[in-house]
Design a protein around this ligand. Structure first.
Ligand SMILES: Cc1ncc(COP(=O)(O)O)c(C=O)c1O
Length: 362
């Protein structure tokens, strides 16, 4: 790292920042949760997309591997030496299946499926390479996104898969994404538990029909406690818990703390407001406008400019050039907007971790 970059005060802005002591504490807390349980963690890489951070997550123990959202994320992980990856989404189309199958030649990379023709295409790609690919049937337990219906539909698909050479059914994936955003903790737990029970029921049905179901992969930062306490769930795909954002903090207050901010500079000052040099190209905001970490009185009512944010704060004492830490409403989107993540403690920069961001051709 260049020596002029040893302090956060010398950084170019806007910059994606990870407060390392807080992130490490979050990582430890999740590991502690599974310590005395059968369930393991499979942290979701889509949260931060940084391989060194994935290594830190795996280093504390309690993890079976990483979850990825895309083939590109899985390639980053495998290239970085992480050899057990679940792509928790469908991979469809000859080009993407071929890229995925190439990866499966050199690592244990599984994928979620919910369609027989898609599995047939994956099986062909596996046979062409002389390998077997592990798949998890995705069950839609209420989110209404991907997945077959719980129960018979999953058993039927398992029956079709069993005749396919090149494919190995390892179990089920069921993401309770419709529960994770519920603010009230009791209601969130009730909805999550009722949903995951549909997946557990499906697992029992598969086993009764003598299909393999050693994995049941579920969970999120908002639901890991209830989902991870249910018998039958084998792994938790928690993502945002490491970095956190203000939206998740309102839901899991006492469990994880906000480690992620965007560092921005004050570039214009008036009496009742000031403007910082970070807008929606630097700060993920699907769940609402960002907030300032160190100024609870500051308000950001509108959030639309690409490179600016206007902060309403009558009586503020900020000056042009001052630095502020901005807390996004959505950490995963924010991490995907930046190549560099500055890892720091106090004022000291410890490391800079880069991500393979954006979509691109191989
Ligand atoms: C398939 C899947 N699993 C798990 C998660 C949980 O991630 P988080 O803990 O960040 O809510 C997500 C979130 O988008 C997801 O899409």
């Amino acid at each position: 790292m260049p020596s002029q970059l040893s302090s956060i005060y010398n950084l170019h802005t806007p910059a994606l920042m990870l407060d390392w002591p807080t992130a490490q504490r979050n990582i430890n807390r999740a590991a502690q949760f599974v310590q005395d349980k059968q369930v393991r963690l499979r942290p979701h890489f889509k949260n931060h997309k940084r391989v060194p951070l994935a290594r830190k997550q795996l280093a504390v123990g309690g993890c079976v591997g990483m979850t990825a959202a895309t083939v590109v994320e899985a390639i980053s992980l495998v290239d970085g030496g992480i050899k057990d990856v679940l792509i928790a989404n469908q991979i469809v189309g000859a080009a993407d299946i071929s890229r995925f199958a190439e990866l499966a030649v050199r690592a244990n990379v599984r994928v979620a499926i919910d369609d027989f023709e898609n599995v047939r295409a994956i099986a062909r790609a596996a046979r062409n390479r002389g390998i077997e690919i592990g798949v998890l049937i995705e069950v839609d337990i209420g989110m209404g996104r991907c997945g077959v219906a719980p129960g018979n539909a999953a058993v039927e698909l398992a029956g079709q898969i069993s005749s396919l050479a090149g494919i190995r059914l390892d179990g089920l994936q069921a993401y309770e994404g419709h529960a994770t955003g519920i603010l009230d903790p009791d209601e969130r737990e009730t909805v999550a538990t009722a949903s995951i029970e549909k997946a557990i029921y499906t697992k029992r049905q598969l086993e009764a029909a003598e299909h393999e179901c050693r994995i049941l992969s579920c969970g999120s930062t908002g639901t890991y406690r209830s989902t991870g306490s249910l018998e039958g769930v084998t792994e938790l795909q928690v993502g945002s818990y490491v970095t956190m954002d203000w939206c998740y903090k309102e839901k899991v207050r006492d469990q994880f703390d906000i480690a992620l901010t965007v560092l921005a500079r004050v570039v214009s000052v008036r009496q009742d407001h000031f403007v910082i040099n970070a807008g929606c190209k630097a700060i993920g905001h699907e769940f609402g406008p960002p907030r300032l970490r160190d100024y609870a009185e500051a308000e950001i009512p509108g959030f639309a400019s690409e490179e600016h944010t206007v902060v309403h704060f009558p009586g503020h004492k900020l000056h042009i050039g001052d630095l502020v830490h901005v807390v996004p409403s959505h950490c995963c989107m924010t991490c995907a907007l930046h190549r560099d993540m500055v890892v720091y403690e106090g004022e000291r920069i410890l490391e800079i971790w880069q991500a393979n961001i954006g979509y691109g051709l191989p």
